[in-house]
Write a protein that binds this ligand. Structure first.
Ligand SMILES: CC(C)(COP(=O)(O)OP(=O)(O)OC[C@H]1O[C@@H](n2cnc3c(N)ncnc32)[C@H](O)[C@@H]1OP(=O)(O)O)[C@@H](O)C(=O)NCCC(=O)NCCS
Length: 183
């Protein structure tokens, strides 16, 4: 099954998936959906706003800070994106890529004024369900070792560090790959 088939199967099963689609987070306010191609600008704006705090702070700067729509399109080609809305306004997003043996999560983003309300957690939950429906037994993502709160968030969701990618320069950040098995 290719990505288009999996996504169209997910869309056609919306009725069955009503328990989480649209999904309400524990505070009962975020509606989650899979992004349409027309949502690409919205996804870009959320990512820019969420990652702006790292501009000039992390080395190297995350490419999410100024990601282009073309890059986003490429990164969504073998997967897609999920969006969280509150009262109809986009507040969070994340990308997912379906690899042969795992699903990779990228650019998890929540607008600064909407943080600590479980929106990222709800997005992670929806992506987990997508991985299960697509038959992937493993979830992966990457983050900087220096971002301790991010690592804590992922640990809370059952991810463990599986790989350290040490940079060539002593001034650059170590990236960690975090993995969660779905068996
Ligand atoms: C990381 C991020 C997506 C979390 O979104 P969120 O909706 O606040 O997350 P949740 O409410 O589900 O969970 C909150 C947890 O996220 C983690 N977190 C990381 N950065 C945070 C931040 N700046 N503000 C609040 N929580 C943050 C903490 O573990 C927090 O737990 P705590 O409230 O007990 O401290 C959001 O802070 C963000 O967009 N950050 C900038 C972009 C980024 O770093 N993305 C991840 C790339 S790997």
């Amino acid at each position: 099954m290719n990505v288009e088939d999996i996504l169209s199967a997910l869309h056609s099963r919306k009725g069955e998936l009503d328990q989480f689609w649209p999904l309400h987070n524990p505070e009962g306010c975020a509606e989650l959906t899979i992004a349409d191609p027309a949502d690409i600008k919205t996804v870009q704006e959320i990512i820019h706003a969420a990652f702006a705090e790292y501009s000039g702070r992390l080395n190297p700067q995350p490419s999410a800070v100024d990601i282009s729509q073309e890059d986003l399109r490429l990164q969504m080609a073998d997967g897609g994106a999920v969006i969280a809305r509150m009262d109809g306004c986009p507040v969070g997003a994340a990308l997912f890529r379906l690899r042969s043996d795992h699903l990779y999560i990228g650019r998890l983003s929540v607008l600064p004024q909407h943080r600590s309300r479980g929106i990222a957690s709800a997005l992670l939950q929806l992506i987990t369900q997508i991985a299960e429906l697509a038959g992937r037994k493993e979830l992966r993502l990457g983050t900087r070792l220096s971002l301790e709160r991010n690592i804590a968030l992922y640990r809370k969701h059952g991810y463990e560090i599986s790989e350290y990618l040490h940079p060539a320069s002593q001034f650059a950040d170590t990236v960690v790959i975090m993995t969660r098995r779905l068996d």
